[in-house]
Design a protein around this ligand. Sequence first.
Ligand code: HSE
Length: 426
Amino acid sequence: MENEKKIIKIGLIGLGTVGSGVYKTLQNSEFVKVTKIAVKNINKPRNIEGLDRSILTDDPYEVVNSDADIVVELIGGVNPAFDLIKTAIENGKHIVTANKELLAKRGEEIFNFAEKHNKVILYEAAIAGGIPIIMPIKTILAGNKITRIEAILNGTTNYILTKMDADGASYADVLKEAQELGYAETDPTGDVEGFDAAYKITTLATLAFKQRIKLENVYREGITKVRAEDMKAANELGYKIKLIASAYLDENNYADVRVHPMLVSKKSTLAHIDYVTNAVSLEGHPVGSITLSGPGAGEFPTASSVVGDILAIVAELGKTDYLLPMMRCNHHDTAKTIDISDTSNKYYLSLNAKNKLGVIGNIGKICEGNNISLASIMQRGVSDNNTADITVITELCKEKDMQNAISQFKTSEYVNNVNSLIRVQI
Ligand code: HSE
């Protein structure tokens, strides 16, 4: 028949939340058909109407060795995903993946391997779930020099911080509630200690700066030490506290890539990104500043990104020998990076001090001795145990100087405890 369409075959590895969303979205496609699916437990009941159980296997190698044209990897983690993807590429398949950990840890190897075999690896779903950010950076923003990214890339931590802020509740209480509601994992370490966001910003910064960022050069600090009192004080000072994944490129092309809690001005867009929503703000020339926000996880939002990647490949399969040239990821230069200890920041500092003559003077003296200029200092009375919480916001100062000041506060006869040190958005 004239104009007969070739149906493109898709092999899925993983049929969890995202895999199910992908399967359901593709069910009625006229261009593609899911022909093989690897699952952990073949007998598990699945809430997918019309699921063809005959294509299920518990051996993911059956997918990568099948006649699929595109393999979609949705199991996460480095192993066995790394070997499965390599095997699939050797077998002539293009790859779509949502695996942020694999990309951050072994991205260079698998992208080079794919290039050698003239195959593409697309990964829109790996960063900020349903928000289209990877394709836009590769295509319509390609003419930009991107120099700054600030993003909320983890829904679990954003949910916890939003709830702490709304309810005045402690981190531990909100985490427990989030776990009961299924918003946080039983072992929440990957999210709350910032690993997940660090994987995502590593890949995002590599793409944006067109130079490879190594995960080990990304500074990472989670949200477990943020206190309800910090939320309250930040609010009074005109800020919200968010876990921000950031990447800055200086005029000498040095990259400063980090994940840590940050006080963001209530006037900024990121301050209004609440609960599980994600957002990416970036600055580039000539575009200026843009922010994209939306669902960073979930069955259908993430499936939207996976299916978009699949269809981008499908659109060019069989029409060219070198498909999707703008969407390939072959950055061979490793970025020069700045260590956090060599950066300058503004800080929010909370100290618990003795109710003693000269306390504020002592704090001021330690700051002055370390070249730290104060933007504001706040004390709200004295508590029953005759101590006072003192909150300080600094001007821009060196991280090394601040760490030195912290050591001095810890040994000061006026200070009982350094409650918190959180960087402030500049
Ligand atoms: N664990 C991630 C989050 C979702 O909490 O945002 C998937 O990347």
